[in-house]
Design a protein around this ligand. Structure first.
Ligand SMILES: [Fe+2]
Length: 448
């Protein structure tokens, strides 16, 4: 019998997976959906098809999407990404054969639009191509050019339209830089030398450079053989940032030592003269003592100064927050605004005690404002969509799903990013949507 004691903490409350794949129309809307929003808000997350998983990152990818058009929410639907783990749920994510087979993705981490494609991503395998109704087309390898993992956090350059990416692997080459053209062709594949196999969850791009984060979360094959998340903190592994021209290669990477830390997610990076500035959600460490070891992340700024070969670090805020985002239009360019999800992280297995919020940082004025959602209400990653004819960087909307523990239900909400007014512009009533990872606003002009 299942009791609360033997349900893993990450699967309690709104961490519990949902069983049914739904297609809902005639959705109830409070407020007004901006008529200019024509596209899909899509969000990925781990929803174990067996009902349980041994780690928050091991569940099966399920996309929750809302189609907006002409001021209406046409549909909500949730779909598993049809990976080999859905075809046969008895398969083991840590089986070496499944780790090595690049089509054996959990496809559970992010979902993006690029070059007419909707891609569900996980960092150890190939991307999975979806159709506009969240059906799975299958894994893609860019015409055979991709033979190694593809990150869940590629970046679309707003200037060139390129999709800049990388892959990391427990097997050599441990790091590979990947550049996809605006037309969706994989045009550059560069193995990069690093000190060992580490978990490189995300990276940074600027207008002309890539910045890799080579941090002390290292692979441990003995842990894999024990059936555990095969990564642990290693105090002996140096923490470094690697700056490389976007069309560069292994020989053109300049490495900079930094204080040990872990960063799952940068907010954004940009060039300031010869310096490179990075705003990141920084953790003091990760998985030092156990797989659940996760110190509170908070926004920090790194400034890489090539003239001194040093990186300075400034803590921007002490409020715990994660899932940083900026407007797609300023990715790799100087941003003024950034958005994060905040919560009192300690209470995630007891949803009624969570006080969720969406934060907005003004990095020019050095201020932070927030939308406080109140007791038992928890947002996800805030995704920015620009207003039509936007005049300012923050002229647009923040989208996310908000879970309400009192009703055990979720809403798709659209907030005014400029004013950060607590009352949403629009709120679409939905069934419960479990906590998840990353998502995107995919305009119909990008993929339909
Ligand atoms: Fe992530």
């Amino acid at each position: 019998m299942t009791t609360i004691e033997n349900v893993p903490a990450h699967l309690r409350g709104n961490g519990a997976p949902v069983r049914d794949e739904l297609t809902l129309t005639g959705l109830e809307v409070t407020g007004t959906i901006p008529a200019e929003l024509d596209g899909r808000y899509l969000r990925n997350g781990a929803n174990p098809v067996t009902g349980t998983s041994t780690h928050p990152f091991f569940g099966d990818g399920m996309i929750h999407g809302v189609r907006l058009r002409d001021g209406r929410a046409e549909w909500y639907r949730n779909r598993y990404v049809q990976t080999p783990f859905i075809a046969d749920p008895s398969r083991d994510i840590l089986d070496p054969a499944n780790v090595m087979d690049m089509t054996f993705s959990k496809a559970n981490t992010h979902v993006i639009g690029h070059a007419g494609r909707i891609l569900a991503l996980e960092e150890g395998h190939f991307p999975y191509l979806l159709d506009g109704e969240l059906g799975t087309v299958g894994p893609i390898d860019f015409g055979g050019r991709l033979t190694s993992p593809f990150t869940a956090h590629p970046k679309v350059c707003p200037v060139t339209g390129e999709l800049l990416a990388f892959g990391y692997s427990p097997f050599p080459p441990y790091l590979t830089y990947l550049r996809v053209s605006a037309q969706g062709e994989l045009v550059q594949v560069e193995p990069i030398t690093v000190g060992g196999p580490t978990m490189m969850h995300d990276f940074n791009v600027t207008r002309n450079h890539i910045v890799f984060m080579d941090l002390p979360a290292v692979f441990d094959m003995e842990m894999a053989l024990r059936g555990e998340m095969p990564i642990h903190w290693d105090d002996s592994y140096p923490a470094r940032l690697g700056v490389m021209p976007r069309d560069g290669n292994d020989a053109s990477v300049t490495w900079y030592d930094i204080d040990p830390c872990y960063v799952f997610h940068p907010m954004n990076a940009y060039e300031d003269g010869a310096n490179v500035v990075l705003d990141v959600a920084r953790l003091d460490h990760i998985w030092r003592d156990s797989m659940m070891d996760f110190p509170p992340p908070a926004l920090h700024r790194w400034t890489i100064d090539p003239s001194s070969s040093k990186v300075s670090q400034e803590q921007v805020d002490d409020r715990p927050a994660e899932f940083p985002r900026v407007a797609d239009a300023v990715v790799g360019l100087r941003h003024r605004y950034g958005y994060m999800m905040a919560a009192d992280f300690a209470g995630l297995d007891q949803p009624m005690s969570v006080h969720g919020a969406i934060l907005k940082y003004d990095r020019e004025r050095g201020t932070r404002t927030s939308i406080e959602l109140g007791a038992g209400r928890m947002p996800g990653e805030p995704v920015f969509a620009p207003a039509a004819d936007a005049k300012a960087e923050d002229d647009g909307y923040l989208m996310t799903y908000v879970y309400d523990a009192a009703t055990d239900r979720s809403d798709f909400v659209v907030f005014d990013a400029s004013s950060m007014t607590r009352e949403p512009i629009a709120s679409v009533q939905l069934p419960r949507i479990p906590f998840g990872f990353h998502g995107s606003w995919v305009p119909a002009s990008v993929a339909d």
